[in-house]
Design a protein around this ligand. Structure first.
Ligand code: HEC
Length: 473
């Protein structure tokens, strides 16, 4: 297994994916329609022979420059990065998703290609399109189609994200459409769409103040429009957010207190929610203020709203990713990549016999600690490290040895077979008693040494004698 013991494997995916989703929502899905509307406004004024037309067109172009550079570089690279990181950290679940959603992803890929082609055309022909009114009209159309493609790629991916939280009727029928139109799909789309619009608005406001430093009548007009845009979409985010909350499978809701701010801050859950609500209200007040006092506004104030908007989005993503635990694909596969239906077999035979890449297939007195490490890798390492973020040793110390006294073997042995009952977000332990025992010994052996352990990317793989026999035949 690929493993990074310092940051933890979850963090690798999280960092790449969060950068990607922010760029996608704030600079593509929510931003492209704004740019297109600005250009459209310029086009309308041009038809009337109004001189302000050029200002709208120029501002639209400047905003598009920023979106073009960021989406085609960091945006595209992090998109590919999600594939690399998920395929390394969680190959079984990404494999399952590809099997279920092959056609959806293929379709999404085609649309993504079109999106890239259209963004090239849109940005690179902008200046040329100024020659006459007909070219401008066609150019605005390209912007509209581009905005549509951009939304469509999101609309497809959301089907897959929703599936991970609630597989719906797919578990019985196993068809693509059952999986795609899962119970979470439409609500999540209804939430993400206005959220992206608000995010796009916040970025556009910041960039507008960055480019138009002086207070002018034109700037006031732009600010009023952008603020109105944000102000109108924010309640949709609220409404969809509440609806979304009621669509979350009930057992998962139990995870929310930990999801929002880790176990350590679990009791702050309420105050955290209220602060978030307060922040959103403050951001709406900033919108009102900017409309009423366009002279007294600055890009720093906008940076503040931008921060609030991104923070809200980040919280949403964190919660979404957390509460679906213990599953990576609800009811079908746990986050440790083991299928729910295979569990009884693992509990009975032990997990090591079924693992291709484990050094030993049976725990003995001589190999206990090494075998225990393999058990840790298989059962815990997708979420825990030994010595880094969310260290399993720390977690047991917090529970049983708060003052650093030696870990109590018996208590740990009692904990592991019922761990899913202690904390719903953890999958049940997949192995037999001897393996639980080996895992405990391994964790205890690390209590005072805390070595970062290496993944397959640096140590290669070991195959047990039993597995190599299987492979030979
Ligand atoms: C699906 C991910 C996941 C898997 C797999 C997982 N854990 Fe956890 N575990 C967590 C999270 C998340 C926490 C809480 C982290 C926090 O907020 O402090 C946790 C907490 C714990 C705690 C502390 C619980 C408490 O009440 O304080 C222990 C002990 C623990 N894990 C042991 C294990 C062991 C042993 C394994 C492997 C057999 C394992 N976990 C597998 C995600 C996981």
């Amino acid at each position: 297994m690929f493993h990074m013991d310092f940051f933890g494997d979850r963090m690798l995916i999280a960092v790449i994916a969060i950068v990607h989703v922010i760029i996608n929502h704030a600079l593509a899905v929510g931003f492209l329609p704004i740019v297109t509307l600005m250009e459209y406004r310029g086009y309308k004024l041009k038809k009337l022979g109004d001189a302000e037309s050029e200002k709208w067109d120029e501002l639209g172009y400047k905003l598009m420059f920023f979106a073009f550079v960021i989406t085609t570089s960091i945006g595209a690279l992090t998109g590919v990065g999600i594939w690399f990181s998920t395929a390394l950290v969680s190959p079984a679940s990404i494999g399952s998703l590809i099997r279920v959603f092959f056609s959806a992803w293929f379709f999404e890929w085609v649309i993504f290609m079109l999106e890239v082609i259209f963004i090239m055309i849109y940005f690179l022909t902008w200046k040329k399109s100024r020659v006459d009114i007909k070219s401008k009209r066609n150019h605005v159309r390209v912007g509209a189609v581009l905005s549509g493609f951009s939304w469509l790629t999101m609309a497809i991916i959301v089907g897959i994200l929703g599936f991970m939280m609630d597989t719906g009727s797919w578990t019985q029928n196993k068809t693509l459409l059952d999986g795609f139109f899962n119970p979470i799909y439409l609500v999540q789309l209804a939430f993400r769409t206005p959220m992206a619009f608000v995010m796009g608005g916040a970025v556009a406001l910041f960039l507008t103040l960055y480019h138009l430093k002086k207070h002018t009548e034109f700037r006031t007009k732009v600010l009023r429009n952008l603020n109105l845009w944000m102000f109108l979409w924010t309640p949709h985010v609220f409404a969809a957010g509440i609806y979304y909350y009621y669509k979350i499978p009930e057992l998962m809701l139990g995870n929310i207190t930990v999801a929002i701010g880790t176990q350590a801050f679990q009791n702050w859950y309420d105050s955290f929610l209220y602060s978030l609500l307060a922040l959103i209200i403050v951001s709406m007040l900033v919108n009102i203020w900017t409309v009423l006092k366009p002279k007294w506004t600055s890009k720093y104030l906008m940076l503040f709203t931008l921060f609030i908007v991104l923070f809200t989005m980040g919280t949403f993503e964190r919660v979404r990713e957390f509460i679906r635990k213990p599953y990576v694909l609800e009811e079908y596969m746990y986050s440790n990549q083991l299928r729910v239906e295979d569990y009884s077999k693992y509990k009975q035979d032990g997990i090591l016999v079924h693992a291709v890449y484990a050094k030993y297939s049976v725990v003995t007195d001589l190999n206990k600690i090494e075998a225990g490490k393999d058990v840790f890798m298989i059962a815990c390492s997708r979420c825990h490290t030994v010595a880094g973020v969310n260290s399993v040793v720390n977690k047991f110390e917090n529970l049983f040895s708060p003052n650093g006294e030696p870990l109590d073997k018996t208590k740990m042995q009692q904990y592991i077979p019922v761990m899913e009952k202690a904390r719903y977000f953890m999958p049940p332990f997949p192995g037999n008693n001897a393996e639980a025992d080996a895992l405990v010994d391994f964790i205890i052996s690390e209590q005072y040494s805390r070595n970062y352990i290496n993944g397959a990317q640096s140590t290669g793989v070991d195959i047990s004698k039993q597995q190599s026999e299987v492979l030979k035949n």
